[in-house]
Design a binder for this molecule. Sequence first.
Ligand code: PGA
Ligand code: ZN
Length: 413
Amino acid sequence: MAKIKNIRAIEILDSRGKPTLRTFVFLDDGTVASSSIPSGASTGSHEAVELRDNDSKRYHGLGVLKAVNNVNEIIAKKLVGQPLDKLDELDKLMIDLDGSENKSVLGANAILSVSQALIKAAAQSLKKPLWQFINEYYFEAKPRFPRMMFNVINGGKHADWNFDIQEFIIIPQRQLASESIKVGSEIYHSIQKNLKEKKLSILVGDEGGFSPILNSNEEAFQLIIESAKNIGYENGKDFKLAIDGAASEFFSNGKYILKKDNKEITGDELIKYYLEIENKYGIYSFEDVFQEDDWENWTKFKTQLNQNELLVGDDLFCTNTKRMGIGFEKKSANATIIKPNQIGTIKETVDAIKLAKQYNWLVAVSHRSGETEDSFIADLAYAAGADFLKTGSLSRSERLAKYNRLIEIENNL
Ligand code: PGA
Ligand code: ZN
């Protein structure tokens, strides 16, 4: 197996125009691979640390030159000369080099940029598609295409002016990835047409979903269902509805504050609200519908959902096996979001996927609201046999890069 000849990170910009890292790995067989790192807005407080410069003279303090320097000066020194055959051990080396519980020393962004570039370099060096290499290296089961979670209406921190609920999602019920993407795109454009007819804004939020001013969260469901129906797609049959509440963002002093409805409510009242919309609109999947440490309400709500409905932990778990263990004990969820940059290495990301499967939870591999053109998570989702790929709406190339990558894989290219 080839050896690492050099590692070099640079500061680039993400889809919000904010700094992030792209790291290049050079092997002694001539292989060059690179990977870029995304960044969240509604981040969980238990995520690994995204190291920023806090130098107000550059990029409003958001520069990542310290993380770049940590790759080029510290991580590279440790890894150059190492063979690539034990990638999980290289990840472990970086975890130990950092030495902290949450990668606050070197930065999870620095470490993940190397971890991801290394696995790409290994696949390229062996002339294997990335998904095939990941699958053979880390997983026993065969690859499998995920269902798609398309975030067609953006609220919360990703649009910052309308809905309390961050994401209104459709999940097309089709086997082929390309078919799911087609159904998603057709519904997306039907929503656009509908908005225009209603003289509402068709501007999009951070993840490419529309962000009109409507009178309530519920109107967003009505808009989606109606727009889909206009082109012959039926809720519950052709697609299912899901939400990501990102509820930590509207939680304060033990209360949930719904700006749209102008009310402060308790966890119990919020559960009542969710059950109401579940009943009315047939919501199938509920992500982060309570604050990230409000275990009690997670568990309470779970007992009130049907077995085939999903309660999905994102900020609740942060792709962290320790937090997932707590959630399993408390029966707080039956599905998890998987975001590599919440934990900081591919090895630990894979550990989280495997643990979720052991728990019989469904797995949704996910992007961040600040993304790049890197399509790594599409290969990861397929290689891992994830149940879902959640990577935004049907516009903006940083989202479509991932969906288009699945179409490539499906066509055997
Ligand atoms: P984030 O949002 O990337 O801003 O954290 C995505 C999500 O909450 O799923
Ligand atoms: Zn989320």
